[in-house]
Design a protein around this ligand. Structure first.
Ligand code: FAD
Length: 470
């Protein structure tokens, strides 16, 4: 009898324990369900998920298989599929956000009650969050001891792609184009499509290039936003087009080959694990200040403020901040240092709540990840575990001098004032909504919407005068 592989955020054939288990059990029917969790994705992530599905459906066809697409409540669709195909088992890769956990727990018990085997597998992470514990038996709250606890563990060798036997008849599938996954992106999708290379094959070849040419200098160059110096694996990890275990294995091999930046790369991959460890153990990190003493801080949570509008549009008048926001609209991602700087400017200089920024990233990032995004925002804002202290306010100008000394990043994304702006800078005007009414002939803002000095002072005084926990 056939077996259903419920595909979610694991659009890959290699190192996929759920797929391997399904393939061992019988002919595999790969099924992707557009349920609420997909419907509610931000515009860019939803577009990117659609592109990932397209690439993945092609990859499955090359193996003589297919990707079946259905829409609706996950349990209803799975029940229908079991009835239609006579499948006796459903396998999937685990996810760890609270909504997915609730859904999957219900699905598992309902399928089991109906006599169907239902099995979830690891694969999205290196280490299951509940398997890493402090000596007192609790979760970690600080990265360094978390790293020490996992760095010598063996997550196992990556699995090779299994061969797939196919069912006698295929169930009907929706047509991907009918789903219009890019609809909310409007014209911005065409720009993103120039910079994003979806799919498992693209992920693997980028990883190979990174390990061959870049990892050696990763530790020093990873902070330079004008350089192509990081792995760019985040987008692939988000949709599971590559497994974290493949990154770990590549990193370990590079270490054995004496490539000096390799350990640092593995450490960054473990930051993602740490984010998941935090989210799993304290799901509150997704919605509320992780440290409750921040609940009374006078951050402004109002989307209509002029500062929010200028920040979103990449027109604050602070060049590093604006270049970074534009990078996000053009490429779908943003350099890590730039993420820290735009988050610091918003939450500190502008005194806007980190939730405003977190929500906007969720809408605009193609590598949006619930755990890393929430941890990143709360880390910069100061309200998170192991966070940067609030009084550490980044100065975007000095950061630009230090990390973008030749202004490469700024000129890559800010067209105004350049005689011959590069394509990336011009693409910004095509990527953003028409309703913003922006054109390359616009003048760049003369003055910052919030000056760096005033903003910093206001933020620090709010911090000093904050209501203290009684
Ligand atoms: P590399 O430097 O090559 O690192 C390799 C991998 O390690 C990354 O792909 C990523 O999976 C992981 N990693 C690296 N840095 C971090 C980090 N600080 N936190 C967690 N994991 C990390 N990352 C996302 O994937 N999705 C998000 O939505 C996201 N939102 C963020 C929001 C803020 C405010 C901040 C400060 C950071 C955020 N990050 C997010 C983390 C980080 O910026 C990106 O993972 C990184 O820029 C991706 O580029 P890369 O793949 O080239 O990273």
């Amino acid at each position: 009898a056939p077996v259903i592989w419920w595909v979610r955020r694991d659009l890959r054939l290699t190192d996929n324990p759920a797929l391997t288990a399904a393939a061992e059990a019988g002919p595999v029917i790969p099924l992707f369900i557009q349920d609420h969790s997909v419907d509610s994705l931000g515009a860019a992530a939803k577009w990117r998920m659609g592109e990932g599905l397209r690439a993945f459906a092609d990859a499955l066809e090359d193996k003589g298989s297919r990707l079946i697409l259905r829409r609706g409540n996950a349990l209803d669709v799975l029940r229908e599929m079991v009835d239609e195909t006579g499948a006796t088992a459903v396998h999937w890769s685990r996810l760890y956000d609270p909504d997915a956990i609730d859904r999957d727990t219900d699905v598992k018990s309902a399928l089991k009650d109906a006599g169907i085997e239902a099995e979830s597998h690891s694969g999205h992470l290196l280490f299951e969050p509940w398997t890493v514990e402090t000596q007192d038996g609790g979760p970690y709250k600080v990265y360094s001891p978390y790293w020490r606890a996992v760095k010598d563990r063996d997550p196992g060798a990556p699995l090779s792609a299994p061969s797939l036997s196919t069912p006698e008849t295929w169930p009907k599938s929706d047509v991907l184009d009918d789903w219009a996954m890019g609809a909310a992106m409007n014209r911005g999708a065409e720009v993103l499509a120039k910079y994003s290379k979806p799919g498992e094959a693209a992920a693997r070849s980028r990883l190979a290039v990174f390990i061959r040419d870049k990892v050696e200098r990763y530790k020093s160059d990873r902070d330079l936003p004008g350089e192509d110096a990081t792995s760019r694996m985040s987008e692939y990890l988000t949709y599971g087009e590559i497994s974290p275990r493949s990154l770990w294995a590549a990193g370990q091999r590079a270490m054995e080959d004496g490539k000096s930046g390799a350990e640092h790369f593995v450490k960054e991959v473990v930051w993602r694990e740490f984010a998941y460890h935090l989210m799993y153990n304290t799901p509150r990190i997704l919605t509320d200040n992780w440290r409750e003493e921040w609940d009374d801080f006078p951050w402004r949570d109002d989307e209509r403020l002029a500062e929010v509008k200028a920040w979103k549009q990449g027109r604050t008048g602070v060049r590093f901040v604006d270049a970074a926001m534009r990078e996000m609209y053009v490429t779908g991602t943003m350099h890590n240092r730039a993420r820290m700087i735009v988050a610091s400017y918003l939450t500190k200089n502008c005194m806007i709540h980190w939730k405003v920024g977190m929500r906007w990233f969720e809408e605009c990032l193609t590598d949006w990840d619930p755990a890393s995004n929430a941890m990143g925002w709360q880390w910069v804002a100061g309200s998170g575990p192991d966070a940067a202290p609030y009084f550490r306010v980044f100065n975007p100008d000095t950061q630009a001098e230090k990390f973008d000394p030749d202004g490469e990043y700024l000129s890559a994304f800010i067209a105004e004032g350049q005689k011959n702006p590069p394509e990336t800078a011009l693409d910004y005007f095509d990527a953003v909504p028409r309703s913003w009414n922006l054109s390359a002939h616009e003048n760049y803002p003369e003055r910052p919407i919030v000056g760096l000095k005033e903003g910093r002072e206001a933020a620090l005084s709010a911090y000093q005068n904050r209501p203290k926990a009684s």
